[in-house]
Design a protein around this ligand. Structure first.
Ligand code: MG
Length: 350
């Protein structure tokens, strides 16, 4: 780890953050008997069948095309619980303000949280408010935590998996994927990171690119109703590149994806080309990747496509035993390794 201080890369969702968590946090805070413990580094934890998640938000600017910190916080926490196979029950919100923060901005954030809660069908039931002196913080940061319960659809979903292959896991964990599973992506990548970056720096892409921040729990329910889903994860910081590498590492399986199958909107493509970014590494806040047994993949895909949030879904690749890393195949058949990014190329997007 470079130096003795925290750097921006340590919060960017890639290998630098991974090293910080493993070296400093897991050595001191791990060791519980939870069903899905801290050490699993999954999207949420499970203890006594209660799904539990905590997430902090430091996005800059607080308001951006397609969303704001409040919408992201509710959606992000709901999504991290939902991808494990949980039904979100309730949220907690912790706010930290810099002295002088405009109360009209607070009203906007709270209204947006309220709307997003209604979309997801959850409510904030507890919270906390703190203020630090001017200069002690950049305007406003917040935490959103949540509890959820096992989805009543999860057993039926896993039953569909077990018709076709062994699966001992009781939750949709990062370590569940096996060779042959198909990888589905619910829609286009890079919108959130580019929208936030463009709003921050004034690049002008915001006319074309809007954040995708959205709660995905209702769409996920539809996929679980079909069944055969073995794992789900949202490609947030570090983007799809980080997600696929986490799956590959934890499931000890190779993943091959096809470049031309990965949806990227024109505005994001243009922005990434101009700024020298890889859309695969840019964060999203309203997308989910699903690993599905191949026998059920097309049915799950069609179901996702029938929803508003999943209408651009694609089968982007598959898990394989041929190698043990993540590779991207181009249209002409060339393959390149897709490494785990050091971190998201765009800082403070969530
Ligand atoms: Mg996640």
């Amino acid at each position: 780890m470079s130096g003795e201080y925290v750097s921006m890369a340590h919060g960017a969702g890639g290998s630098a953050m991974d090293a910080l968590i493993k070296r400093y946090i897991l050595t001191r805070l791990g060791g519980s008997q939870a069903e899905v413990p801290l050490e699993a580094l999954d999207d949420a934890a499970v203890i006594n069948s209660i799904v539990f998640k905590s997430d902090s938000y430091t996005v800059k600017p607080l308001f951006f095309p397609g969303g704001d910190i409040g919408r992201m916080a509710v959606a992000g926490t709901v999504n991290d619980m939902s991808v494990l196979g949980a039904e979100p029950l309730a949220l907690a919100a912790g706010f930290i303000f810099e002295e002088g923060f405009p109360l009209t901005d607070l009203e906007r954030i709270l209204s947006s949280m309220n709307e997003t809660c209604k979309e997801a069908g959850v409510a904030v039931i507890t919270g906390d408010t703190k203020v630090v002196e001017r200069g002690g913080l950049d305007k406003f940061v917040m935490n959103c935590s949540g509890v959820g319960r096992r989805s009543p659809l999860l057993d039926g979903n896993l039953h569909e998996v077990r018709k076709f292959r062994r699966c001992e896991a009781e939750w949709l964990l990062d370590s569940n994927i096996r060779a042959g599973d198909q990888i589905i992506l619910s829609g286009a990548i890079g919108d959130h990171g580019i929208a936030v970056l463009s709003a921050r720096e004034g690049y002008g892409f915001e006319t074309q690119v809007q954040s995708d921040a959205a709660p995905l729990n209702h769409m996920i329910v539809k996929a679980l109703q079909v069944g055969g889903v073995v794992s789900m994860k949202d490609p947030t910081r570090g983007g799809l590149a980080n997600l696929l590498n986490e799956w590959s590492e934890k499931s000890k399986v190779g993943i091959l994806v096809h470049d031309e199958k990965i949806p990227v909107h024109t505005g994001v493509k243009a922005a990434c080309e101009m700024l020298g970014l890889d859309p695969m590494e840019v964060g999203n806040e309203g997308k989910v990747a699903l690993a599905v047994v191949s026998e059920k993949a097309h049915e799950v895909l069609d179901t996702l496509k029938s929803t508003e949030l999943g209408k651009e879904a694609e089968i982007i690749g598959r898990a394989t035993e041929e190698f043990d890393l993540v590779a991207v195949e181009t249209l002409v058949g060339g393959k390149r390794i897709l490494p785990k990014p050091l971190g998201d190329p765009v800082p403070r997007i969530c």
